[in-house]
Design a binder for this molecule. Structure first.
Ligand SMILES: NC(=O)c1ccc[n+]([C@@H]2O[C@H](COP(=O)([O-])OP(=O)(O)OC[C@H]3O[C@@H](n4cnc5c(N)ncnc54)[C@H](OP(=O)(O)O)[C@@H]3O)[C@@H](O)[C@H]2O)c1
Length: 281
């Protein structure tokens, strides 16, 4: 039995669907509200809440391996205690590419939270694998909202280069690592197959959607100030810092996804085509 946490959001949902296609694999999805989960019929649903430890033993009972996609800031101690008590053999954690190395002290709050979770998992005694993801392609969905109002995309750091990862590749790696084993104690940096600036991503969207899109590179300072009114200031500073660091140099590209899944990482053009409906096409 394989358990997926965060199963109703992007990454976890894709992982559940990927696992459900594998023969001989039974999947359980953890959610606070099974009635709203809308997952394949073959998937078992378990009602549990990571902030209510008494709900977790039922979620982990009989589980061999679990994929952890955690809401940012979630305390991981109760779930690790439940996993250990249930005899779970393997944990795969969707971590962050903002982390540098294995140091205890990290440069920003996003890296620090994810490294703290990694360290707690390392200390749990359960076999672990960390999938460090820096820039998922779904971040480009922020452009979709703007395109409802016209053909202009205004974004800070339009010249930041990223190596965007398709959520289906994250899921495919997670499924292989969960099911195959042999990846214990490994930290995998997940990248897409190409380094593209955000402006180059918009050019690709332009072609896929058949719309003449225009990119305007915004001054980050006023955007940061505006977003600070309704988002955590430290989190935003970390996010903007990562984007600022990505300007003027290519993003790292590796073959981890291909090595683990046996097929090349999906391109941004493939992602855009898969998400045409999200852009109103
Ligand atoms: N976006 C990025 O740039 C990026 C990059 C690298 C890594 N990541 C990782 O991906 C994570 C976000 O993943 P996401 O966007 O797929 O999910 P999300 O939107 O952050 O979280 C929503 C998911 O968490 C579940 N959830 C929330 N509170 C819960 C609780 N108290 N108990 C049980 N489940 C709970 C929800 O399930 P129900 O509502 O069904 O209960 C839902 O499946 C980040 O926190 C980070 O660790 C993100």
């Amino acid at each position: 039995m394989y358990l997926v946490i965060g199963a109703t959001a992007y990454f976890g949902r894709q992982a559940v669907e990927e696992l459900a296609t594998l023969s001989g694999v039974t999947v359980r999805a953890l959610t606070r509200t099974p009635a709203k989960a809308d997952l394949p019929a073959s998937v078992a649903l378990v009602a549990a809440d990571l902030t209510r430890p008494e709900t977790l033993p039922a979620a982990f009972a009989g589980v061999e391996a679990a994929f952890l996609v955690l809401p940012y800031g979630m305390d991981v101690a109760p779930l690790l205690a439940a996993a250990r008590a249930a005899g779970v053999r393997r944990l795969v954690f969707l971590s962050s590419g903002a982390i540098t190395g294995r140091a205890e002290q990290q440069p920003d709050v996003i890296a620090q939270y994810h490294r703290d979770v990694e360290r707690a998992i390392e200390a749990s005694g359960i076999e672990w694998t960390f999938l460090r993801l820096l820039f998922p392609a779904i971040n480009a969905l922020t452009f979709a909202t703007q395109l409802q109002g016209g053909d202009v995309i205004r974004a800070p750091y339009a010249r930041a280069a990223v190596s965007a990862v398709h959520e289906r590749d994250v899921a495919a790696v997670a499924a292989r690592v969960l099911v195959d084993g042999g990846h214990g104690g490994r930290v995998y940096d997940l990248t897409g197959p190409e380094s593209l600036t955000q402006a180059q991503q918009v050019r690709i969207l332009d072609e896929v959607l058949g719309r003449p899109l225009v990119v305007e590179d915004l001054d980050p300072a006023p955007v940061l100030q505006q977003l600070s009114q309704f988002m955590d200031a430290e989190f935003l500073a970390a996010l903007f810092g990562l984007m600022a660091d990505a300007v003027g140099k290519p993003a790292p590209v590796n073959d981890v996804i291909e090595r683990i899944t046996g097929r090349p990482a999906r391109t941004f053009a493939t992602w855009a085509a898969d998400h045409r409906a999200d852009f109103g096409a």
